[in-house]
Design a protein around this ligand. Structure first.
Ligand code: IMP
Ligand code: MG
Length: 180
């Protein structure tokens, strides 16, 4: 892994694909173990950033499950805008179901707050939040997060589904913004 350039910024190697695979697998087995074989959860991936995480996550899930995606956006460039847009809604009937939200990263928690607002009206049996990455020093909300893959410092990352202004989603490893 080398320093890469996306648009005007340089990024340095941060988390290898092997380490990501290990953490995703750990998360999958933990959730499978906690929910058990008799529960058939609906996994809901938050697009776009979660697509790679969700693909690897569900591939390792050993029991029956449903899968769908919802699209929200709160980020432009490397600064959070604080504004949330609900772009694509969910059509499935979630009433009485165990819903597991799969997020790529929780930063300020603005997106998570929106997720709670949307899913609290759906009369689900249980709402579970799982995120691959979490920035504990930026998170400003009193909202519960059930599962965290990796807690990371407050610096912008790209790769494994995450982008910087549209670039970097395809990278199998995660890179961190290089300041100098
Ligand atoms: P939040 O609403 O501030 O928690 O941010 C949530 C969304 O912003 C995530 O789902 C990502 O799409 C995006 N985001 C937050 N931090 C980063 C980052 O370091 N790199 C790329 N995208 C990020
Ligand atoms: Mg996201």
């Amino acid at each position: 892994m080398d320093i890469i350039q996306l648009h005007d910024k340089k990024f340095k190697p941060f988390i290898s694909k092997e380490e990501i695979a290990k953490q995703v697998n750990r998360l999958t087995l933990k959730i499978a173990n906690d929910l058990g074989e008799n529960e058939t959860p609906i996994f809901i991936g938050i697009l776009n950033g979660s697509f790679m995480f969700v693909a690897d996550f569900v591939r390792g899930y050993p029991y029956n499950c449903h899968l769908t995606f919802v699209k929200l956006a709160s980020y432009q460039g490397t600064n959070t805008s604080g504004k949330i847009k609900h772009l694509v809604g969910i059509n499935e009937d979630l009433e009485g179901k165990t819903v597991v939200i799969l997020e790529d990263i929780i930063d300020t928690g603005n997106t998570l707050a929106e997720i709670y607002k949307i899913f609290e009206e759906k009369n689900v049996k249980k709402l579970v939040i799982a995120t691959l990455f979490f920035k504990p020093n930026v998170f400003k909300k009193a909202l519960h997060i059930d599962y965290i893959g990796m807690s990371i410092e407050d610096r912008f990352i790209v790769g494994y589904g995450l982008d910087y202004d549209g670039l970097g989603r395809n990278l199998p490893d995660v890179y961190q913004l290089k300041e100098d």
